[in-house]
Design a protein around this ligand. Structure first.
Ligand SMILES: Nc1nc2c(ncn2[C@@H]2O[C@H](COP(=O)(O)OP(=O)(O)OP(=O)(O)O)[C@@H](O)[C@H]2O)c(=O)[nH]1
Ligand SMILES: [Mg+2]
Length: 272
């Protein structure tokens, strides 16, 4: 991670993307962002019962099936305290988890103000199935697929505040009650994170050999055979002669055209 002061913008952070996607974890102080990351990744970010425990952004890796997904822990962000570099990190991420303490009666109010402030900075939180239009006119706002994480579902007043959160936000975002402390809801969340990144895993296979199931190529949904060849090696797209495909019971080694659209867990044999 690079961390450099610049004359114009003050501090800026650059966190190189790794794995199948970069997910930014943001929200007000003490919401349990770091503990959630701990629960999802098994890593050990600092967790504290006081606000502003996290002082610097940091990347962590979450394993899901045979892929790794990068989660970024951010220092707390509030309508009042919103650093430019924090907004930049949200803008470049592939998707977001907006985390609140569902046992906090103030959570809906704070969240509403936070979402409004970020909208002024051109960041918009979209439902997890949002698809960007192709012909969006003008400079687009930064629209991020997002889950609203109602954390601390293990606490007593959580049920009541959860209703309020759902009442205000469910029309915009999928609200997911979880407990970072007990682990409740975390397995379901991992699956949903993989799904909203909208990537597929394709296994390459050499002729006569078994596919490499441990090391999938992680590609955007909609990727074609020729684009996969390019991802495997920069020269392969040019050299591609034909490809064979395996997919469940549907395909068992048939030749497919270069423009063939791949799906999750396809096995593809490239002939050069
Ligand atoms: N009961 C309960 N407590 C939680 C849960 N998640 C986090 N906490 C507690 O909430 C406090 C804050 O947790 P952190 O993970 O440090 O919260 P944070 O959002 O990263 O806080 P900042 O870094 O200050 O923004 C800690 O005392 C945690 O033990 C949860 O699911 N249930
Ligand atoms: Mg933290």
């Amino acid at each position: 991670m690079a961390h450099a002061p610049s004359a114009k913008h003050g501090v800026s952070y650059l966190i190189p993307k790794q794995g199948a996607g970069q997910v930014i974890v943001l929200g007000p102080p003490n919401a349990g962002k770091s503990m959630l990351i701990k629960g999802l990744t098994g890593a050990d970010p600092k967790v504290g019962d006081y606000p502003f425990t996290t002082r610097h952004p940091a990347p962590y890796m979450m394993k899901y099936k045979n892929v790794r997904i990068q989660l970024i822990d951010l220092p707390p962000i509030t309508p009042e305290i919103m650093e430019s570099w924090q907004v930049e990190l949200v803008k470049v991420a592939d998707a977001a988890l907006l985390v609140v303490d569902s046992a906090d009666p103030e959570a809906p109010t704070v969240l509403e103000a936070l979402v409004a402030k970020l909208k002024e900075r051109r960041v918009e939180f979209m439902r997890d199935d949002y698809i960007a239009p192709h012909d969006f006119p003008g400079p687009p706002p930064f629209r991020k697929r997002t889950f609203l994480i109602a954390n601390k579902s293990d606490l007593d007043p959580a049920a009541e505040s959860l209703e309020a959160l759902k009442f205000f936000f469910e029309s915009q975002l999928t609200v997911l009650p979880v407990s970072a402390a007990t682990g409740d809801g975390l397995d379901d969340l991992k699956r949903r994170i993989f799904d909203y990144l909208d990537v597929i895993r394709v296994y390459s296979k050499a002729p006569g050999k078994k596919p490499e199931h441990d090391e999938p190529f992680v590609l955007k949904r909609g990727t074609t055979v020729i684009e996969m060849a390019r991802a495997v090696h920069k020269d392969f797209a040019e050299k591609l002669n034909y490809a064979r495909l395996w997919r469940g019971t549907e395909y068992s080694g048939q030749m497919v055209p270069r423009e063939f659209v791949l799906a999750d867990e396809d096995v593809c044999e490239l002939h050069l």
